[in-house]
Design a protein around this ligand. Structure first.
Ligand SMILES: [Zn+2]
Length: 463
C-alpha cells in the first residue's frame, strides 16, 4: 500500500515537472504583464506623463514613464535592492522592453539607480496616489468584479496598519517612537515609520491598495494612538473625496471601533463592519449581553462552513441612546483537536447593516475574511517578493514613493496572477512567478508583433 502511494506521488511529481516545463515554453512572462497593463490600464503611460514633473525639464534624458515603469518592474521581478536592480536590468532586452513600455525611443541605457532615487526624492507622493486612483477607478468600472460586492451592493474596503521601517537612531522629524523587548529582557528604544493601508476587495484573490496614509508623529504631545486615529480620519475623508458615489463598507479590527471613526463613516455614508470587543464600546456591550441572556437575540444554528452558532441583535443604539446604528453579532463553533480536547472559536462584530436570517451567513464570512486578507496581504508584501520593509532610500519622500510604487506594481501583479492560466495548474508560488518574470524580462526580445498582440482586444478571464 505504502509503495503504491509512493509511486503515485512519483508519477504526480513527474507530471508536475512536465507541466512546469510546458508552462515555461508557453509562458510569455513579461509579455503577459504588458498584456495585463494594456488590457486593464490602456492609458497608463498617458497618466504617468500627466503627473507634475518635479525636474528641471531642460536637462532630462529619461521620461517620467521610464522611471515609473522601471520602479514597477523592479517590484514585479522581485529585485530587492537598487544596486541589484542596476546589475540585473543591464541587458539589451531590458532596455528595449522599457523603451517600448515608456514610449521613449531615446533611452539607450537603463536609468541609473541614483537618478531614479533622485527623481523619487522630488516627486510628490500625491502624484503616485493619483495614478493609483486612476487605475482603481478603471477597474471599478468593469463589470467583472460586481458579483463580489457585499450583499450585491457594497465594495469592501479593509483598513489596517503596519510598521514598516525601524531605525536605531531618529531618522527624521516624523519618526514614531516605539520600544521592543530584546531576548535578554532589556528594552530597546526604536524609531519607526508606520503606514495605514486601505485595501479594496475585488474578489477573494484580488485585494488591492486603494489608499495609503503614512502615520507620522505630529507633535511631541500627540500620543501614538492619536496619531493612528488621526491618520484613519484623514484616510476616510480622502476616500470620500476620491470616490464620492461609491457604495463602500469599511472593515477594520477593533482598534478602529471608536466613536469618531463610526461617526465619520455615518457622515460620509459608508457602511461599517468592525471587529467588536466589549472593552471598546462598554454600554453597547452590556446592552447586547442583556438581549442575549434574556433570549431576545436572533439566533441561527448550523451555519457557515463549520456549522456553528450565530447570535445577533439589531439597533442596540436605541437602548443606550447612541446617534449611530449599532448591530452586534457573533459566531462560534467547536472543533475536536488531535489530542481530544474541544476548542471553541468565537468572533464578534459591530455593523450598521441590519442583520437578518438571510444575510447573516454572508456577513459572518465577510467579517472573517478581513482577518485572512490582512494576514496574507502584508505577509506577501513583507516576506514575499517585494520586501516592503527594505529601505531603498533614506529620504522620506523617496521612501513614500517607493512604497506607493510597490502598491501599484502589486495591483498589476495580482491581476496577472489571477489571469495567468497556467500558474494555477502547476502551482507556481508568487516568488517563482516573479523570478520567471525577471528571467523573461532579461532574455525576451519583444517585437512589434508582440506589442500589437497585446493591444488587440481580447476577453480576459480571471480566476
Ligand atoms: Zn523617520
Amino acid at each position: 500500500m505504502k509503495n503504491k502511494v509512493k509511486s503515485m506521488k512519483k508519477k504526480k511529481d513527474w507530471q508536475t515537472k512536465a507541466m512546469k516545463r510546458k508552462h515555461k515554453e508557453h509562458d510569455k512572462g513579461i509579455l503577459g504583464i504588458m498584456f495585463i497593463m494594456k488590457h486593464f490600464f490602456r492609458h497608463l503611460t498617458e497618466w504617468i506623463e500627466e503627473m507634475a514633473d518635479p525636474r528641471n525639464v531642460s536637462y532630462i534624458t529619461y521620461s517620467q514613464s521610464d522611471y515609473i515603469y522601471l520602479g514597477i518592474l523592479k517590484n514585479l521581478c522581485g529585485v530587492k535592492t537598487m544596486h541589484s536592480m542596476e546589475e540585473q536590468f543591464n541587458e539589451e532586452a531590458c532596455i528595449c522592453t522599457l523603451g517600448i513600455l515608456s514610449g521613449n525611443a531615446k533611452s539607450t541605457e537603463i536609468p541609473h539607480s541614483d537618478s531614479l532615487n533622485n527623481y523619487l526624492k522630488k516627486l510628490s507622493p500625491d502624484c503616485l496616489a493619483e495614478l493609483r486612483k486612476k487605475m482603481i477607478k478603471s477597474l471599478l468600472r468593469m463589470k467583472t468584479f460586481y458579483g463580489n460586492r457585499l450583499l450585491g451592493k457594497y465594495w469592501r474596503i479593509i483598513i489596517d496598519g503596519t510598521s514598516l521601517y525601524y531605525f536605531k537612531e531618529k531618522h527624521c522629524e516624523n519618526c514614531l517612537v516605539t520600544t521592543r523587548t530584546m531576548k535578554n529582557g532589556k528594552t530597546l528604544k526604536l524609531y519607526c515609520h508606520k503606514v495605514l493601508e486601505a485595501k479594496l476587495v475585488l474578489s477573494s484573490k484580488i485585494v488591492l491598495s486603494i489608499d495609503t496614509e503614512f502615520v507620522e508623529n505630529e507633535s511631541e504631545n500627540t500620543g501614538k494612538q492619536d496619531c493612528e486615529s488621526n491618520a484613519a480620519k484623514r484616510m476616510l475623508a480622502r476616500l470620500k473625496q476620491n470616490y464620492p458615489h461609491l457604495p463602500i463598507c469599511i472593515q477594520a479590527d477593533n482598534l478602529y471601533e471608536t466613536e469618531p471613526v463610526i461617526k465619520l463613516c455615518k457622515q460620509y455614508g459608508f457602511r461599517y463592519l468592525l471587529t467588536h470587543k466589549g472593552s471598546r464600546q462598554k454600554l453597547l456591550e452590556e446592552s447586547y449581553r442583556l438581549f442575549v441572556e434574556n433570549k431576545e437575540a436572533g439566533t441561527a444554528d448550523k451555519i457557515c462552513a463549520e456549522k456553528g452558532k450565530a447570535v445577533y441583535v439589531n439597533h442596540i443604539e436605541r437602548t443606550v441612546e447612541k446617534e449611530y446604528d449599532a448591530n452586534i453579532f457573533g459566531y462560534s463553533y467547536s472543533e475536536k483537536k488531535d489530542d481530544g480536547e474541544i476548542k471553541e472559536t468565537k468572533f464578534q462584530w459591530i455593523t450598521d447593516i441590519e442583520l437578518n436570517a438571510k444575510n447573516l451567513e454572508e456577513m459572518i464570512d465577510t467579517g472573517r475574511g478581513r482577518w485572512k486578507i490582512e494576514n496574507e496581504g502584508f505577509n506577501n508584501q513583507k516576506n514575499g517578493i517585494y520586501e516592503i520593509e527594505h529601505l531603498n532610500s533614506r529620504n522620506t519622500t523617496a521612501i513614500k514613493n517607493h512604497y506607493l510604487l510597490t502598491q501599484i506594481a502589486d495591483i498589476i501583479m495580482q491581476l496577472y496572477l489571477a489571469w495567468n492560466p497556467m500558474r494555477k495548474a502547476v502551482g507556481l508560488s508568487i516568488k517563482n512567478t516573479s523570478s520567471m518574470l525577471l528571467e523573461s524580462f532579461r532574455r525576451l526580445q519583444i517585437t512589434d508583433e508582440d506589442v500589437s498582440y497585446c493591444s488587440r482586444y481580447t476577453t480576459v478571464y480571471l480566476e
